[in-house]
Design a protein around this ligand. Structure first.
Ligand code: PLP
Length: 364
């Protein structure tokens, strides 16, 4: 859709990236680190002061003490952290539970390891997990359950009752959890993020992946981290050591200073919530119907008041005829399940949102 958006000079609310500037304080800190000569390899596990400040953040947000030496590894982005986690534990024939719609890297990351994705649809239209169905799908071969909250593409978030159901299901099993929390701070309406890190019994059996690029509006940095139990992290590092080895040093040095001030991450939710609310209020002038977005920087819309064409056809038409790119949610299902829902990214400047909605108002 992005290629089509460029071809048709469309306003791109498709791909998930912000079009506004990242923090100038943070870019200045990177420049400063470079000028001070912090330009050589960082340790394989990541720059220690950054790991320390992350451990302090986890303790203050989720009340869990983690060891920065043995439980955190800085990675080139969240996607890499997920791939490395899965590759460090999966054996051919293992089964991995994946909830669909799902971020596009999950299934290739499973199959490249010879493992088998077991697909479960999130319940439409609220995109909640049906835990009874999960219980039915678990077999002796189930090795991993993959979670993602706040969720791309739907903006749904896990609740405390989901975590309790999960705890009940995995206890006494050999199941590992891979929890994708790249949108950690982008959660709205006062809802508390249900991180795995709140639950020490779950953390024992989990890899939790994060992305600085996603939360600090610098997706091009491709910098993130994984947190796991010491035993799982030791396995993770066996791969990481000979794959990426270590990540961009000046950015790590900069983040170590930047994150000392909690407002650097505590302010993100309200900043993006304002954008969601602005986008949603303008969209009321169109014939699209909003679905709730509790987190991430995406909001899904139904279009039954406009047409009954497929979501792909509609997205193509929106780009070509109206000049606005969105993503068909069917693209996040292996089977192409089409609930006639499209995803917009609202992490955009006011002018971009205004221009997009101005065009979308013409869609009858
Ligand atoms: C659910 C989810 N996980 C991971 C990523 C990728 O994060 P990164 O850019 O840090 O690899 C994305 C990016 O779109 C995402 O939506």
């Amino acid at each position: 859709m992005s290629a089509l958006a460029t071809e048709y000079k469309a306003v791109n609310l498709g791909q998930g990236f912000p079009d506004f500037d990242m923090s100038h304080e943070l870019t200045a800190l990177v420049t400063d680190a470079m000028n001070k000569g912090m330009n050589q390899y960082a340790p394989m596990q990541g720059y220690m002061p950054l790991r320390e400040v992350l451990a302090a953040k986890v303790a203050s947000l989720y009340g869990t003490q983690i060891n920065p030496d043995t439980q955190i590894t800085i990675t080139p982005g969240g996607t890499y952290a997920i791939y490395t986690a899965l590759s460090s534990i999966l054996q051919p024939g293992d089964e991995v539970i994946v909830f669909e719609p799902a971020y596009d890297s999950y299934i290739p990351n499973i199959t490249v390891n010879g493992a088998v994705p077991v697909l479960i649809h999130l319940q439409f239209p609220d995109y909640k997990i049906n835990w009874e169905l999960v219980k039915e799908k678990i077999t002796a071969k189930t090795r991993v359950i993959m979670l993602n909250s706040p969720h791309n593409p739907t903006g749904s978030v896990l609740r405390e009752e989901d975590m309790q159901a999960l705890r009940e299901i995995v206890k006494d099993s050999r199941i590992i959890i891979q929890s994708d929390e790249v949108y950690e701070h982008l959660i709205y309406d006062g809802i508390a993020h249900q991180s795995i890190l709140r639950y020490p019994d779950l953390l024992e059996r989990s890899f939790v992946s994060f992305s600085f690029g996603k939360v600090f509006h610098c997706t091009g940095w491709k910098l993130g981290y994984s947190i796991a139990s010491p035993a799982l992290m030791a396995e993770f590092r066996k791969l990481h050591q000979f794959n990426c080895f270590s990540c961009h040093t000046p950015s790590q040095v900069a983040l170590a200073t930047y994150l000392k001030n909690p407002s650097s991450y505590l302010s993100l939710g309200s900043f993006l919530q304002e954008k969601r609310d602005y986008f949603q209020s303008l969209m009321q002038q169109t014939r699209f119907t909003a679905m709730p977005s509790y987190g991430s920087y995406f909001q899904c819309y139904q279009y039954n008041r406009i047409s009954d064409e497929s979501d792909k056809e509609l997205c193509t038409r929106l780009t070509k005829e109206y000049g606005v790119a969105a993503i068909p949610v069917s693209a996040f299902y292996q089977s192409g399940t089409d609930n006639k829902v499209i995803r917009f990214c609202f992490a955009k400047k006011k002018d971009t949102i205004d221009a997009a909605v101005e065009r979308l108002r013409k869609v009858q």
